[in-house]
Design a protein around this ligand. Sequence first.
Ligand code: HEM
Ligand SMILES: *[C@@H]1O[C@H](CO)[C@@H](O)[C@H](O)[C@H]1NC(C)=O
Ligand SMILES: *[C@@H]1O[C@H](CO)[C@@H](O)[C@H](O)[C@H]1NC(C)=O
Length: 499
Amino acid sequence: MADVSPFWAAVAVVGVVYLIKWRTNPLNSIPTVGGSSLPFLSFFSAINFTLNSKRMIMEGYKKYYGSVFKVPLLDQWIVVVSGPKMIDELRRRPDDELSFSESVADSMQIRYTLGADTEDDPYHVDIIKEKLTRSVPAILPEVIDELTLAVPQHIPAKTDEWLEVPVMTAMQQIIARASNRVFVGLPVCRDQEYLDLSISFTIDIVKDKTIVKFFPEFMRSFIGRISSNVQSTLYKAIPHLKVAIDARREMMEKYGDDWTDKPNDLLQWIMDIARERDFSDEAIARRIMLVCFAAIHTSSNTVTHAIYHLAEHPECLQPLREEMEPILKEEGWTKNAMGKMWKLDSFLRESQRYNGIGLTSLGRKAMKDVTLHDGTFIPRGSFVVAAADATHHDDSVYATPDVFDPFRFSHMREQDGEGTKHQFVNTSVDYIAFGHGKHACPGRFFAANELKSLLAFIILNYDLKLGGDGERPRNIYWGLNVIPAPKGKVLFRKREASV
Ligand code: HEM
Ligand SMILES: *[C@@H]1O[C@H](CO)[C@@H](O)[C@H](O)[C@H]1NC(C)=O
Ligand SMILES: *[C@@H]1O[C@H](CO)[C@@H](O)[C@H](O)[C@H]1NC(C)=O
């Protein structure tokens, strides 16, 4: 027996610490959904939540609408708010009270995975918000040029038979290539090894932060350094970017700020700013990969959802084509044309409402003790999110919310007259798939144009339908993540496009 006693002593110590922690947990005053906040039991609740998150957040939303509840993630409690007043409050609170970047930094363990620099000086956000968004009309033709090459390569269907295509992997490849056309330009955007690295970088961050989070704070910097998938992918990516970086450096040395045919792309915008900061190949490549992390899986998941919906509702193909053909004949493939496609815009927005990239958005970390307008006390260090999916499936906000109604938003716009309100890019307290307020996704204007161009090209050049059992491939809900069926397949058949 003597050899087990140290074990039991350890268990007793852990138990006591756990109990004290629980008794003093300042979140105790916030109601829990889905099980128990009792010590030990909360671990099982966390597993239950991970598997049944969508249902459990909806349960909390209904029970505590307009207020707060908490749910257990595998590694921490998270406070969920709902209702327009609470969402408005999250968006308005300054960053020194409820911080967006600290919440991302913590959930991705940015300091230990990507390095502190990208967190302390997030200049890429301004580049996306200003340069990229303003350049959409100028760069969209290039994106479309890339799409017309990449789509047939990844959907090689013929006119006389149906071809089964794994949608998610095809969309990742197509989006990575089209996006990288404006991130790093030709010829790097066609370098398959580079593209695969830019896609897997997201997975690397998720892997690294999962490992790092197992360890206590004081060990994380060490663990981050020895087990870094991020760093190894970054080192593999640098040689692929090196020729372009060197060429730009040379021009910058020779001509300064401006020269004829200066590239209008993310790499150049980054280098223009990096020149005054860390101008190493590694720092430049890291920013590029960071933007790929924010842009590629978000966009490819969103369009994968839309394609599953399109295959489930092939009756939408005709009205969508009838809308886009005359517009494209008159305007060509331009941003203006995309702006006029209300039905297509509605289809994407409805698909995003129905699914979304996560069950929650507007994630914030409390930097100090905060008291919300209804008196709810949020202690320093807590994580707060808004119930996006539950808001988007609330029947007092959207009629028949569990029905996929492709032209829901274009009908709303017609009723409003000109109606700029219900476009894919517009955020509000009722539509928070891109967040809302000053940290709402700055890439959404680019994403909307890229995704509409991609869908328009697919809709005009292919017929599509569900295969197999005729059911839309099912989403995976894992904790707060919403993932379109990774192995879902759709049948494609080539058709002759008239524009
Ligand atoms: C359909 C595709 C996309 C979706 C669904 C999406 C969604 C989001 C969401 C939900 C947020 C956080 C907002 C919040 O919760 O308050 C966000 C932030 C962000 N997104 Fe996107 N995003 C998409 C595409 C992109 C693209 C293409 C880029 C870059 C070109 C991008 C760059 C960013 C950046 C840099 C942030 C952080 C903003 C900040 O630090 O203030 N996103 N995105
Ligand atoms: C899991 O959560 C659901 C929803 O709250 C609840 O009904 C169920 O009893 C829970 N299951 C377990 C094993 O705790
Ligand atoms: C919707 O977004 C568009 C594009 O940014 C903007 O011009 C318009 O004012 C927005 N409308 C509303 C009601 O927010």
